[in-house]
Design a protein around this ligand. Structure first.
Ligand code: Z16
Length: 867
């Protein structure tokens, strides 16, 4: 059915075009209209939630007009689009971001004030959209912001989980998980009940012959319906408003159900309904861990199949020949989670569109790019062959065919190497056999990238080494992660953003972050430093208030704020931090009151969620809280030490915490190879002694720790905080950019990691004497029942100290002394902060997106005339 309005009637539409408010009066009118009509309330019962809702709806209306135009423009120009497939989008709040990106926050502030509200209070009413675990999900969100800001025609595709990451409550010092009912009221999503895709599961494959051609037909099984929900993604200072499409599952409502219903089997048809809705019900709460659950695989296929159907439908509208598909479509796979998209596209092209295998495969591989985010073995996805066969029988056949053709080419290139076939096979010959998703992703993509220089070097020389030999080095590349300065500076730290703007020729730096380098000229400006310090102090006062309100503990904003916020993981070593805090406490207790007066006051702030099934991570949370309970009420130490665990760390809390830190901790066990350190960062060797030839090329990787990038380090430095860290992930590139004198590096280097672990297992394992004292104190019961923490201690004393807590302890404590000392010289400290911020231009996600666009996607921005 043609839904387009005929020419003669279009004039009426144009005459009535919606323009949206541009000034305070217009804004107020819209808010009042939404309160009174959309919400059916009035000035007599308009609370902050109603004010939030109406304000959001007013901004949403504005976004929608730009959004529609952007989509029309992209359709009309029909240029190549980017599709970013991610199982996680950790968006946080949308209203503040919309106001700033549209450039009307000041108007909204004044308007809300006229109507009786403070804008900060209104913004705070919004529930975070928390459809992600940590770094990977937040990276996807930053990328969407950059794609829109840079005017790229791009769509995000994800799942509309009914429950995002759980809400964390701390009860008696323990983490308790509470479901996240985030969809109660969400003005930012548009249900598209007309955009649906039927997704098939189970069934069997039959061969059919028609016109002398044999095709595979996937039949039977069950159908679940995918319904699209669209979220507008506004760019900063541009009319471009892209689309994030999230799929929700529901029962297909086809004849099958209807029959059941008619035959009186009402209960079972309701049960079918519920089973279908389960697919998009909940985000798996694991960061850097894959547990191989069937429902997870169902989620992956459901989302991937719906997205591809949508992409293919859009391509087919223009009636181009299939070979032009890769000129119109670039699909980026965020980790291996969407790898089935490769198989699904091959299935569509061969089984449904009737293309020859080789022609189809050429199209497929030219379309996809794959980003690897970890080499952690427990995070690398593998699915049992039997499970894939049961759920997706045709896909398993295609996977086997892909593998066969791939191995044939390998055999040709390496005729005398039988072992390589076993090593690179997409099917692992284990019991049970497994599909190695990372290998499938590599074989089905034209580019593979890592997320930090070191990480990309590492994957090419270790886990994917054979593939570099097979395809050559050009297939592999690096795109170091970045963050959006709009949210992580301008929105989170408006005063600092304003001060920077006053020295960098206005707010252009938000679109070209390298302009921050102009700050260097002002480092010696006394007044500038003073204002900088005042802003940091104000941000700390704001955090101190939050701490008081949520924990009851009063902290001194003049103390050194030391922050570690991220998912709780043994490899991220929150245990090293809390043991260090206990050491500090014991040291303070042993001092005379006179000696104590010379000490630098500290507030140790922790935050982060543990995966519900990660017992050790939960123990770490418990120890932090138990230490806080003792230390915070000890008058001997008073302001000199406070230990805080902030409940329910999330994106909106990060926006408050990052601007308030003096030092933050990025202290994962160094997980790098000596060889690469030497090659790519020679400057480090001036301050670190290397053991000659200590690396075991190609072996150490499965034992490494952080290994990827880390992105919160960038957020803290961009907000004028210094960092303490190991030579791991993006810390290395941050060091290169800001200089060794502006970062506190400590700990063993990775070339020693293997040997150290070996010595723990086979030699006499002596524990650092200071750490031993910390353990003794815990075992004395100072922080509650010692038994609660015995596993954490045993991990170091008895079980080989896999994360090298003892090996790095001394260096860690010493480095914290250097931090204390440096902080005493406030003037020099502030100078270090300013110098660091001036060098952070590289870490904008705009740079990432431009690199992806150029090196992987081959797409161009669609520049728009403003109106
Ligand atoms: C995740 O958050 C990351 C990797 C991964 O395989 C799975 C999840 Cl859920 C993180 C990395 O740990 C981190 O280093 C990196 O900065 C981030 O992904 C974004 O690339």
């Amino acid at each position: 059915v043609e839904a387009s309005i005929p020419e003669p009637q279009r004039e009426a539409w144009q005459r009535n075009q919606i323009t949206g408010f541009t000034d305070k009066d217009g804004f107020e009118k819209e808010v009042v209209r939404h309160v009174e009509t959309t919400l059916a309330r009035s000035m007599f019962n308009c609370d902050e939630i109603a004010a939030y809702s109406a304000t959001s709806l007013a901004f949403r209306d504005r976004l929608v007009t730009h959004w529609n135009k952007t989509q029309q423009r992209q359709t009309y120009r029909d240029t190549k689009r980017v599709y970013y497939l991610s199982l996680e989008f950790l968006m946080g709040r949308a209203l503040d971001n919309a106001m700033l990106n549209v450039g009307l926050k000041d108007i909204a502030k004044d308007g809300l004030s006229d109507l009786g509200f403070r804008i900060e209070d209104v913004i705070k009413q919004e529930h975070d959209a928390a459809l992600g675990n940590g770094g990977l999900g937040r990276l996807a969100a930053c990328f969407l912001d950059s794609l829109a800001t840079l005017n790229f025609p791009a769509w995000g595709y994800g799942l509309r989980y009914r429950y995002g990451i759980f809400k964390q409550e701390i009860i008696d010092g323990y983490q308790v998980e509470v479901p996240d009912y985030w969809l109660d009221f969400n003005p930012w999503e548009f249900p598209r009940h007309d955009v649906t895709v039927d997704i098939q599961f189970f069934g069997q494959v039959n061969k059919k012959t028609a016109d002398g051609k044999t095709v595979s037909v996937w039949e039977g099984g069950e159908i679940v319906q995918a319904v699209a929900y669209d979220v507008p993604i506004p760019g900063y200072d541009t009319p471009t408003t892209n689309n994030l499409r999230l799929w929700s599952s529901k029962a297909s409502g086809g004849e099958f159900d209807f029959q059941k219903f008619n035959s009186g089997d009402y209960e079972s048809s309701v049960a079918d309904q519920q089973r279908a809705e389960t697919i998009s019900a909940v985000l798996y709460p694991n960061d850097n861990l894959e547990r191989g659950k069937e429902l997870r695989l169902k989620q992956q296929y459901f989302w991937v199949a719906a997205s591809l159907y949508d992409i293919v439908r859009r391509f087919k509208k223009a009636k181009r020949p299939w070979r032009e598909f890769p000129d119109q479509v670039a699909i980026q796979l965020n980790d291996t989670h969407p790898t089935l998209a490769i198989v699904e596209l091959q299935r569509i092209l061969v089984d449904i569109e009737g293309l020859e295998w080789d022609v189809a495969w050429e199209i497929v591989t030219s379309t996809f790019g794959y980003t690897n985010h970890t080499v952690l073995p427990e995070a690398l996805e593998k699915w049992p062959v039997g499970l894939v066969q049961h759920l997706l029988p045709r896909h398993l056949q295609i996977i086997y065919d892909i593998n066969l053709y791939f191995l044939q080419t390998v055999e040709k290139a390496f005729p005398n190497d039988r072992d390589i076939l076993r090593r690179v096979s997409i099917i692992e010959e284990s019991q049970p056999k497994m599909v190695r998703m990372a290998f499938l992703a590599i074989v089905g993509s034209h580019k593979v990238n890592g997320v930090a220089e070191l990480h990309s070097d590492l994957i090419q020389t270790t886990i994917f080494k054979d593939f570099v030999a097979i395809y050559g080095p050009d297939k592999f590349t690096n795109v170091t992660n970045g963050i959006t300065p709009r949210r992580w500076l301008h929105q989170a730290n408006p005063r600092l953003s304003e001060l920077i703007a006053s020295k960098c020729g206005g707010y252009e730096f938000l679109k070209d972050l390298t302009l921050l380098s102009q700050l260097k000229q002002h480092v010696d400006d006394k007044q500038f430093r003073k204002e900088w310090a005042e802003i940091k102090y104000a941000n700390k006062v704001r955090l101190a208030k939050h701490i008081k309100d949520t924990t009851g503990v009063v902290v001194n904003p003049a103390a050194l704020f030391d922050v570690q916020v991220k998912r709780i993981h043994e490899y991220k070593r929150q245990q090293l931090n809390i043991f260090g805090v206990i050491h500090r406490y014991l040291t303070l207790k042993a001092m005379t009151p006179e000696e104590r007066k010379t000490q630098m006051p500290r507030v140790s702030i922790f935050g982060g969620k543990a995966a519900p099934g990660y017992w050790m991570a939960k123990q770490i949370i418990h120890l932090i809280n138990s230490v806080g309970a003792v230390v915070n009420k000890d008058d001997d130490v008073g302001d000199l030490l406070k230990v805080i665990f902030l409940e329910d760390y999330n994106v909106s809390k990060a926006e408050m915490i990052c601007p308030a830190s003096d030092i933050s901790e990025h202290i994962s066990t160094a997980g790098t190879e000596y060889v690469y350190l030497q090659l790519s960062i020679p400057f480090i060797s001036t301050s670190y002694s290397f053991v000659e030839n200590g690396g075991h090329d190609g072996e150490a990787v499965t034992d490494n720790s952080q290994r990827a990038s880390g992105t919160s380090n960038m957020k803290f430095v961009l907000n004028g905080g210094l960092i303490i860290g190991t030579l791991d992930g993006a810390n290395i590139e941050i060091t290169r950019e800001i200089g060794e004198s502006n970062i506190f590096l400590f700990g063993n280097l990775s070339e020693d990691v293997e040997d150290l672990r070996h010595s723990h297992t086979y030699g006499a394992h002596t524990i650092d004497p200071d750490l031993d004292k910390v353990f003794d104190e815990i075992e004395k019961g100072t922080f509650g029942t010692p038994h609660d923490f015995s596993a954490m201690i045993a991990a170091v004393r008895q079980h080989g100290d896999y994360y090298l807590v003892s090996d790095d302890f001394h260096s860690y404590i010493e480095t914290h002394h250097l931090v204390d000392k440096a902080y005493r010289n406030q003037d020099e400290w502030i100078a270090k902060c300013i110098r660091s911020v001036a060098c952070m231009g590289f870490f904008t996600s705009d740079r990432c997106i431009n690199e992806y666009a150029e090196e992987i996607w081959n797409v161009e921005p669609l520049v728009v005339e403003r109106n």
